[in-house]
Design a protein around this ligand. Structure first.
Ligand code: GZL
Length: 344
């Protein structure tokens, strides 16, 4: 009944919404078949900035099909929180059964998530997190431990330098960061900064590459104009690593692991983009810390649990690997857990 009433309300509001010039809302109003037997899920994805993101979206769309008992409404936020907030408000107006949110950045979600709670619509977070005062504004979250990813990467780098007899002070590192204020950026940046401080590595600068290939290329080219001693480029995702490698090679640099012989080492996160995996096989990317994008089945399992009246774990982490074609480091141990370094 909630859905039918909502649909009628929206039809009455049509002239107002069309006055806002938003074709999206008008599209949602026309001919929406409301099937009471399906679980309606409103999914606000943050964008399509990377291969990781597109794979994550595909995983969600494959999980939330009508055959599986769902009616999925997918909205691409195009990297803008304002678009995501609009989408969440639309889901509330439509009276969806669940809201799934992949937030671009952590801040600024308190009021719209309170509106979802007031509308009695559970919110499930996927991938990145939100920083809200009232933690009950979301039911649960599934994603990665981004600081653990960074700890794995920096432990691999530490062991690599020890095996290759590279002194800590010989490392001159730049960090091409992901979208500023996103959980992935916060965790991966913190992990590197802590390792540089603990190991005595020179962290020269951190620059926002927004998780995109073009921005990675642009900021790498700019850094090469400012620094002539960069020998490690820490990229917080594969797409930025690919752009950075383009810029390094365009500047005549040799990309590889032979730091002592003047090569520039590139390391990265995700392991989703096929070119980055090829680069890792070739040794152009020396190490990739996996970031698993396949959250669709996990989010679906959380909804099924909630449908059964259960209370799932609030935080649900995915298992992830570390890849390198170099045989220098066979395994790493982080926080008491040992990870084999696998071939990409
Ligand atoms: C990590 C995710 C990051 C990926 C990037 O879970 O939030 O955003 O590492 C993506 O590739 O753009």
């Amino acid at each position: 009944m909630k859905k039918i009433a909502t649909l009628l309300t929206l039809l009455l509001l049509l002239p107002v919404f069309s006055g806002c010039g938003s074709s999206t809302i008008k599209e949602e109003i026309t001919e929406k078949t409301v099937d009471e037997n399906l679980i309606t899920v409103g999914f606000s994805q943050l964008g399509a900035e990377s291969d990781w993101r597109n794979t994550n979206t595909a995983s969600m769309q494959e999980a939330f099909t009508r055959e599986n008992g769902y009616d999925l409404i997918y909205k691409n936020g195009q990297q803008k929180q304002a678009n995501q907030i609009t989408a969440v408000r639309m889901f509330i107006q439509q009276g969806v059964d669940y809201i799934v949110l992949a937030p671009a950045t952590e801040a600024g979600w308190d009021s719209v998530l309170a509106e979802a709670r007031d509308a009695d619509i559970p919110v499930i977070l996927v991938d990145r997190r939100v920083d809200v005062a009232d933690k009950s504004l979301y039911s649960c979250w599934v994603g990665s431990d981004f600081e653990l990813e960074a700890k794995k990467m920096t432990e691999w780098l530490k062991q690599f330098t020890q095996v290759r007899n590279i002194d800590p002070e010989e490392l001159h590192i730049v960090n091409i960061q992901g979208t500023s204020g996103s959980t992935a950026q916060i965790g991966r940046t913190r992990g590197l900064a802590n390792a540089c401080r603990e190991n005595g590595w020179d962290l020269m600068t951190e620059v926002d590459g927004d998780f995109t290939e073009n921005k990675g290329r642009e900021v790498m080219a700019a850094m090469l104009k400012g620094y002539d001693n960069i020998n490690v480029v820490y990229c917080e995702n594969d797409n930025m690593a690919i752009g950075a490698i383009d810029a390094l090679e365009a500047a005549g640099k040799k990309v590889g692991s032979n730091i002592k012989n003047g090569e520039v080492m590139v390391v990265s996160f995700d392991g989703v983009n096929e070119l980055s995996r090829e680069y890792c096989r070739e040794g152009k990317i020396s190490c990739i810390a996996e970031c698993n994008p396949l959250h669709g089945p996990r989010v679906s399992a959380l909804i099924e649990s909630l449908e059964r009246g259960e209370t799932p774990e609030t935080f649900n982490y995915v298992d992830e690997k570390i890849f390198s074609s170099l045989s220098t480091v066979k395994s790493i141990t982080v926080d008491g857990v040992t990870y084999e370094v696998e071939k990409p």
